[in-house]
Write a protein that binds this ligand. Sequence first.
Ligand SMILES: Nc1nc2c(ncn2[C@@H]2O[C@H](COP(=O)(O)OP(=O)(O)OP(=O)(O)O)[C@@H](O)[C@H]2O)c(=O)[nH]1
Ligand SMILES: [Mg+2]
Ligand SMILES: [Zn+2]
Length: 390
Amino acid sequence: MGRWKYKKGDQSLDRLEKVGRMRSRSKKSKTSQSELRDSFILPESSWPISDQGFAARVVEVHKRYCFVSREDNIGEVDTKDVWLATVARRYLTADRTQRNFVAVGDRVYCSTAEKHATDTKSDLPQCVVQHMIPRVSKISRVDPLLADREHVLAANVDQLLIVSSFLSPRVKWGLIDRYLVLAECQEITPVIVLNKLDLLKEKGDSEFASNCQERVEYYRKLGYQVFVLEARRDDAGDKAQLSKLKSLLAGKISIFSGHSGVGKSSIVNLFDAEIVQEVEPDSDIFYKGRHTTTYASFIKLGSGGYVIDTPGIRSFMIHQEGPIELGFGFVEIRKYASQCKFRECRHIDEPGCVVLAALADGDIAEWRYRNYVGILEGTTGREGRVRDIE
Ligand SMILES: Nc1nc2c(ncn2[C@@H]2O[C@H](COP(=O)(O)OP(=O)(O)OP(=O)(O)O)[C@@H](O)[C@H]2O)c(=O)[nH]1
Ligand SMILES: [Mg+2]
Ligand SMILES: [Zn+2]
């Protein structure tokens, strides 16, 4: 459920979209669809100057509408000032390669709308999204509903917090690696957070525990920040780590992403979130697979900075197609890839492959290499399907 009340069963927004579609269709010959799309994305310097307009951040996205909050000229978002927004009708038929027009974190230009214009029962003030600033970065995946469409989960973020739990649910290292590839390619700083240390201590067998320890050290050696937390406890297990993470979040926009039930909302709540995030109430050790957070939302932290708490994702297929981008996303492969005999080397069985030599020497961990191959083969497989990897 969203954070702001919007009465279910109110058909006005659906109607609005249909009307928009009909009107735009009749004008289609005058303005091509791609021109339409291009005119939606406009740098701030080209925004129309109007008393009725204001700059805002998208703070929550629903199927037919979104919520935005005003942003001042130094980038402060007043997350208590919430508006119900719809995208301007003229864009609704534009060519879509993406699931949504806007994503959480998008910076938009809105014009105020008369209440009766959208005719909703919401008490919130209403506005229309007229333009969007080109995105600086985006976190996106292949849309699980339509494979050739992109689903942008969030835009304009500075940091990606990759959250996993050791157990309940069990950590998926392959998912962490996919997120790392995305962060490397988008030039977003990744931060790895491993939660539920208490469960690892209580329930994890020694082999699993030492395996986890080894991987944490390997990521740290690669230069990644790794935090190990117990978010259920007030002191999160380790005060020093918590205050370090707090200072890392201050002054930035960070997205928390990962599977459902790993403790994303619990961690957000440790940082004095302006709006307390709902957490799976049954803190039973066995996780039941319920999604507690259902919409990504943009939250101001009392301790400084903004975070985007997201619902747990079931699948995360990335867009990186070929070995060059993928090899770039694995930093230790990137280090060697330029020395391979062939520029297009996939580092599978090519002669003169320096990556394979580094693997044989133990410079590249086998499990990381396996994840690289898993992603590569998954995305280039004959059936064109993306296989999930562990
Ligand atoms: N044992 C243990 N449980 C934890 C810890 N952190 C969070 N939990 C529990 O794990 C469950 C899931 O936590 P949430 O914060 O709702 O997880 P989430 O990642 O936000 O889940 P979604 O919103 O569904 O994506 C809750 O019952 C928490 O109390 C921890 O460090 N140890
Ligand atoms: Mg949550
Ligand atoms: Zn190679």
